[in-house]
Ligand binder design. Structure first.
Ligand SMILES: Nc1nc2c(c(=O)[nH]1)N[C@H]1C(S)=C(S)[C@@H](COP(=O)(O)OP(=O)(O)OC[C@H]3O[C@@H](n4cnc5c(=O)[nH]c(N)nc54)[C@H](O)[C@@H]3O)O[C@H]1N2
Ligand SMILES: Nc1nc2c(c(=O)[nH]1)N[C@H]1C(S)=C(S)[C@@H](COP(=O)(O)OP(=O)(O)OC[C@H]3O[C@@H](n4cnc5c(=O)[nH]c(N)nc54)[C@H](O)[C@@H]3O)O[C@H]1N2
Ligand code: SF4
Ligand SMILES: [Mo]
Length: 715
């Protein structure tokens, strides 16, 4: 028996794990009580790492599709075939005919971060897509505009804050987002014990709302009115104390006039929160000694997502909480910290997408436009796709349209260890090792953590014979691609070798004269991780704007304010669809784990009893749920935790697409919320998918002789 320490890579909380291995198999997983950041906290998903490891459905060898049958082939043959087919598409139709989609685990498995471009850049396509544009794109855009860098994201300093205002964010289920916060519950209890308070704004009384001091229902998609009213109250009260001191705050003086018309009365009509309550929320926030506002999926993926994220930054800034202990602060990670010296600042609108002219962000187009690039003929039409760790048929708006588009491609390559709703369209699937079979460093999420820590862990299990790590797959593909032109790809260092260099030359490395002199060897000797201290103020030094100040009023914001002003009110009786996450479910995968999927169903619709009664629908009935793009059958549960007019369905389910072999999930397939979300329902400013606030209708299933089981019945 052996014991291993390891950071969990499944979500953003990066909890420390203690993993016992017996006879080459995982015998137990529990929290690593010596992790200086998570202190032993874990959630139920961590133990399901054993299920991924053992899952007979997980692919172990390259899989080639011949018509409707699949056969395993060798790696060399697979690399050569992939390179050849992608080369042929480019030779005939040009580089842009190949598109790339990178899914969520790209930021959780470091070999994908360090090595993907070694191959993908060779494809030379401008058709890059990722989960970012169905997620946090507005955060990056606003930080690029205001602070000059997409990754300069101020993080709520929960451990020292006295007041948290959380909007469209459910860390009790998600364990945090753009705020790496292992044991949110424990940290919140400490905040409340020192007299602090948490206010939650959400159309559903969520698990987080249940432990809040105050929860207010908000009409889906209306948060921009609320946030602007909070700013308006604080500015007109004269209680603003903008900061940080010593930083030029460009454009701030224009805000009072621009925001004057966004009153609490208007916000009250639009949001459903009373004007007087809005005034009090604003005054409580402004008066709190140390406060932080954070908004996530609920406000990021809606039609005014970028405007909401801008308003949240301005709220923290005008109350003096930006770059202040207990407010919001930038992190100082051991590697890849954002600052004026790096090249990852980001860019916006340098190019336009071919079909609908959407702007790019940092070289990526909005994923809501991917299907139309495949379906619309003409020069530059996408004819091949490479997916890396993503399942966009279930994850992106109007999944069925993408599903149909994938079926018509000339070639698709998937780098993934499951045959699923998306990868079933591939000609070739290349499965990497599991995360426990390779070493791990969390490159992405130390950068967004509520405390500075660092942690490297060696592989828990040996690399099985004949398997490849993600990074080795990219190296193999790059080589095969180079060979077609008679060359060879440059040799690559391993992720660990790259990490060692980054650590040594980073802010805590010997090169910077730091006493800790971090290196790979130092981290290897400290498998529980190393604490680098609480977040600390760092402005204006870290700002990357041209004049070194903060742009409080980015050029496109006034037009956005006008767009919001013109936004018609939601018609009475209109139902609006919102999303939901559950602590035992992880995006579109891990539904093969019996340990996670057993128990009560979690893929059902939630609606207010009044909305059901008005339509003659009983609690527990099957209903038809429809939007502009589709219709599906689903079981509905009546819940007074829902705001009237809003209706909630989780995403990532819908495992009934033909040709996949998801064992356990097939018994409980669920339906996909993205059969109903709309590829034209976007944040028009940046093209981010508006997955929340989608207009939908429900009706009883008409009495019919041939009753089918729940599933997709349209789209
Ligand atoms: N309606 C609605 N839609 C949503 C959301 C919502 O809230 N509502 N949320 C959105 C958000 S925030 C996100 S991030 C996206 C997520 O959606 P996607 O980007 O599609 O990501 P996942 O659903 O996590 O799919 C992960 C895929 O990666 C594979 N995989 C897992 N680990 C590895 C690995 O180490 N290597 C490789 N090569 N493959 C691996 C899995 O088998 C699976 O196929 O969904 C978005 N879609
Ligand atoms: N267990 C688990 N954890 C996860 C994931 C998972 O799938 N499962 N996914 C991971 C990923 S990829 C991400 S991005 C993070 C996301 O982390 P969170 O942002 O915390 O995710 P959600 O649970 O989707 O929370 C969004 C909340 O917004 C609310 N909401 C919806 N529409 C509106 C609106 O118009 N206004 C307001 N104010 N609220 C609204 C919803 O009711 C919901 O409570 O979670 C990560 N962690
Ligand atoms: S909260 Fe996230 S990181 Fe922590 S154990 Fe659960 S899945 Fe892993
Ligand atoms: Mo996400």
């Amino acid at each position: 028996m052996s014991t291993h320490y390891r950071a969990c890579h499944l979500c953003e909380a990066i909890c420390g794990l203690e993993i016992r291995v017996e006879d080459g198999r995982i015998a137990g997983i529990r929290g690593d009580s010596e992790d200086p950041f998570s202190h032993g906290y874990i959630c139920p998903k961590a133990t399901a790492l054993a299920d991924i490891q053992e899952d007979p459905d997980r692919l172990r060898r390259p899989l080639l599709r011949e018509g409707s049958t699949w056969r395993e082939i060798g790696w060399d043959e697979a690399f050569a075939l992939a390179a050849e087919r992608l080369h042929a598409v480019r030779a005939q139709h040009g580089a842009d005919a190949v598109a790339i989609y990178r899914g969520n685990p790209n930021v959780h498995n470091w070999g994908l971060i360090t090595h993907a471009n070694h191959f993908l850049k060779r494809l030379g396509t401008r058709n890059n897509y990722s989960a970012t544009s169905a997620d946090q794109l507005p955060h990056h855009l606003v930080c690029l505009w205001m602070y000059g860098h997409q990754f300069l994201q101020p993080i709520p300093d929960i451990d020292r804050s006295q007041h948290l205002l959380l909007i469209g964010y459910n860390p009790m289920a998600s364990n945090g987002s753009i705020m790496t916060v292992p044991d949110f519950r424990g940290r919140l209890k400490a905040l409340q014990a020192r007299g602090g308070k948490m206010v939650v704004i959400d159309p559903r009384r969520t698990e987080t709302a249940a432990v809040a001091d105050e929860h207010h229902f908000v009409r889906p998609g209306s948060d921009a009115f609320l946030l602007l009213a909070l700013l308006q109250v604080i500015l007109s009260d004269g209680s603003a104390r903008p900061g940080p001191d010593g930083v030029a705050l460009r454009g701030l003086e224009s805000l009072p006039a621009l925001l004057a018309r966004f009153t609490p009365e208007l916000a009250g009509e639009r949001t459903g929160i009373e004007a007087e309550t809005i005034r009090r929320i604003a005054r409580d926030f402004a008066a709190a000694p140390r406060a932080a506002c954070h908004g996530r999926m609920g406000v990021s993926t809606q039609r005014f997502g970028a405007l909401c994220q801008w308003a949240i930054q301005v709220l923290n800034l005008i109350t003096g909480n930006l770059d202040r202990e207990g407010g919001t602060l930038l992190t100082h990670p051991a590697v890849m910290g954002a600052g004026p010296d790096d090249r990852q600042r980001g860019s916006f609108g340098r190019r336009r997408s071919r079909v609908r002219g959407y702007p790019d962000f940092s070289g990526e187009f909005p994923v809501a436009g991917l299907a139309e690039e495949m379906l619309t003929p003409g020069e530059g039409q996408v004819r091949a796709l490479v997916t890396v760790a993503g399942n966009p048929v279930l994850s992106t708006p109007n999944g069925p349209r993408l599903d149909a588009a994938l079926a018509g491609l000339d070639f698709m390559l998937a780098i993934d260890f499951y045959l699923n709703e998306t990868t079933r369209h591939a000609t070739l699937i290349l499965p990497p090792t599991t995360s426990l079979e390779h070493d791990h460093y969390d490159i992405a999420f130390h950068r967004f953590a509520v405390r500075n820590t660092t942690r490297y862990n060696a592989p828990v299990l040996p690399k099985p014979e004949g398997s490849m790590h993600d990074w080795e797959i990219f190296a193999g593909l790059a080589d095969a691609d180079a060979r077609i032109d008679g060359g060879s790809a440059p040799a690559v260092a391993s992720p660990a070798q790259m990490l060692d260099l980054m650590l040594q030359s980073g802010p805590y490395g010997a090169a910077a004269g730091d006493a800790r002199a971090l290196s790979l060897a130092v981290l290897e000797a400290a498998p529980h991780g190393i604490d680098l201290g609480p977040l600390r103020p760092s402005l204006p030094q870290r700002l990357c704007t041209e004049d070194g100040g903060i742009d409080c009023l980015p050029p496109l914001i006034p037009a956005e304010l006008e767009r919001l002003w013109q936004e018609p009110a939601v018609p009475a009786g209109q139902l609006l669809l919102i999303g939901r996450r559950h602590v035992r479910s992880n995006n579109s995968w891990m539904h093969n784990s019996h340990r996670l999927t057993k128990g009560p169903r979690r893929d059902h619709l939630l609606a207010h009893p009044g909305d059901l009664a008005a339509r003659g629908i009983a609690d527990g009935a099957e209903v038809l749920l429809s939007s502009r793009v589709g219709e599906l059958r689903v079981v509905v549960e009546a819940s007074t935790d829902m705001m009237p007019g809003s209706i909630s369905l989780p995403h990532g389910w819908g495992h009934d697409k033909a040709g996949t072999r998801l064992g356990v999930a097939a018994a409980q397939p669920g339906v996909s919320a993205n059969d109903l979300t709309d590829e034209l329902w976007l944040d028009e400013l940046c093209g981010n998918a508006a997955l929340n606030g989608v207009p939908v209708e429900i009706r009883p299933v008409p009495a019919s002789p041939a009753l089918q089981s729940p599933g997709r019945s349209g789209g």
